[in-house]
Ligand binder design. Structure first.
Ligand SMILES: [Zn+2]
Length: 199
């Protein structure tokens, strides 16, 4: 299964047959700001399991209060051909064997609504300076452009050693770096490289 590109968060709901019977399974995918931050951080660590564990701890610890945390897992999401781009989401199963109607499932799901809202409402998942700082305190290599504020990686499989954001498929392209001096030959609104924020 390959997930389509989304800027906003979204959820995938389906019925799954498991060893113990049918379950309702919901996978919640955070919005692209959060996904890109995590993916670039993990690229900066080149598949380190320690870095992945630190990211998983961060996601678990930021689950909103009141949500039954012991039922929520952080799961690695399928990314199709971009196997080196790692993305994480939340997932939980609800046993439906004893439910009779869909309305009953809705009642059970109410407990998870704060997490669903946080991931699907872009204002709820806004990546803040605090988020960057939190990940850094976990020993993670978090790099941000001081102009456009995008999270950056120098470990992207197509741009090794060059600082790019995940949207820079054609190479480094900082939208805030364009020169504006009309007398200058280089002032033709061509984006330049990102500027690394020193922290
Ligand atoms: Zn930039």
């Amino acid at each position: 299964m390959e997930l389509p590109p989304h800027d906003d968060g979204y959820s995938l709901r389906r019925l799954v047959r498991t060893d113990t019977g049918m379950v309702f399974r919901e996978t919640i995918v955070p919005d692209s700001d959060v996904r890109d931050l995590i993916s670039t951080v993990l690229l900066n660590h080149q598949g380190s399991s320690r870095a992945e564990s630190a990211v998983e701890d961060f996601l678990l610890e930021t689950i909103p209060p009141g949500v039954p945390q012991d039922q929520v897992q952080v799961v690695r999401l399928p990314t199709g051909d971009d196997a080196q781009i790692v993305q994480f989401g939340y997932q939980y199963d609800i046993d439906v064997r004893h439910l009779q109607q869909w309305d009953e499932l809705g009642v059970v799901l109410e407990a998870f609504l704060p997490l669903i809202r946080e991931c699907l409402d872009s204002s709820g998942t806004e990546v803040t300076a605090r988020t960057f700082a939190d990940l850094r305190t976990r020993g993670l290599r978090v790099v941000q452009c001081e102009r456009c504020e995008q999270p950056l990686t120098d470990g992207h499989p197509d741009w090794k050693g060059v600082w790019v954001s995940l949207g820079d498929l054609g190479g480094p392209s900082c939208e805030r770096s364009m020169l504006r001096d009309t007398q200058d030959i280089y002032s033709i609104m061509v984006p330049g490289p990102h500027s690394i924020m020193q922290s």
